[in-house]
Design a protein around this ligand. Sequence first.
Ligand SMILES: Cc1ncc(COP(=O)(O)O)c(C=O)c1O
Length: 364
Amino acid sequence: MIRISEPVIGDAEEKLVLEVLRSGRLVQGPMVERFEESVREAVGAAEAIAVNNGTSALVAALQAHGVGRGDEAILPPFTFVATLNALLQVGATPRFADIGSDFNIDPESLERVISPTTRVVMPVHLYGLPSDLAAIRATAEQVGALVIEDAAQALGAAVDGVSIGATGTSCFSFYATKILTTGEGGLVATDDPLVAEHLRILRNQGQRDRYDYAFVGHNYRMTELQAALGVAQMGRMSELIEQRRINATELTERLQGVDGLVLPRELPGRLHVYHQYTVRVTAEARLARDALAERLRAHGIECGVYYPRPVFDYPCFRHDPRLGNPHVPEAVLASGQVLSLPVHPALDAHDIDRISSLVRQELS
Ligand SMILES: Cc1ncc(COP(=O)(O)O)c(C=O)c1O
């Protein structure tokens, strides 16, 4: 079986986790600080605040920026449910801008949806490909809206050599399938020292000092065990991303020229870290997307549909008056066409060969 994702865990991870187990300190402490420092340095952020998962990172970042009840927030409809959940958790009112051919928020659609009442825009760097940040920020700036990035899938991605997380406020996830993992884990990178200070207090029950509570907080703390895994994983960050990019290049070379198969594109200035290698299976293909997925699985190749519907179109949201009935044809089209193939760094040349040969064979 070729898995769709597989964490790369070795001696370094085992050694550091064991060190924590033997230290007697399991909750947020020096290892969390080490983890924060290594991410901060790797992405070039001013401040890095670790939390217990990526969803908490989004909620906490919104809260630290003062986004709350009734604030209008624009997000892309083609994303994991956590982006929407985070906005609903803080009481924001979601609005959707459609996606472009890069699967990320389309700046032109954003321009049509944004208004002076928009408080925040939340682009998602889907599959590890950065959104068109320059255009999004310029549009947000025109109406005085904040930009908070859902970078859950995009650790190590960059625009014009500047890493996601180095500017503004970005939220990362270290869930088991991500670029690198702490099991569950999240982190907010920000260049705003006041937001950083707020986040450090917020994640620890609103506690500034022992029993000195500044505001209503939460327990978003990361454990030392998670951080130990993260410190070891950060030591492999470049290697893990490089291997994903090599695998993606190989897949793209071998899958060229198949009718009805649209391959991921590298866009000028935007470094793709291939959290997912996602193709489109269009109407011209010999098999429909779901039939192809079934054939791959039958041959022992896991693949994934991320995501089968626009995020507002699940039963629990469909009739939610806060979400309306957005007109986002590109997101609807993408959700019927996308298929993610294994690209993770544990694949070897034989795996890549099996994946690409089978896709070619089934579609030829
Ligand atoms: C786009 C996106 N946003 C948010 C999250 C939430 O992260 P987590 O699962 O760590 O809570 C994820 C990952 O699962 C994600 O893919």
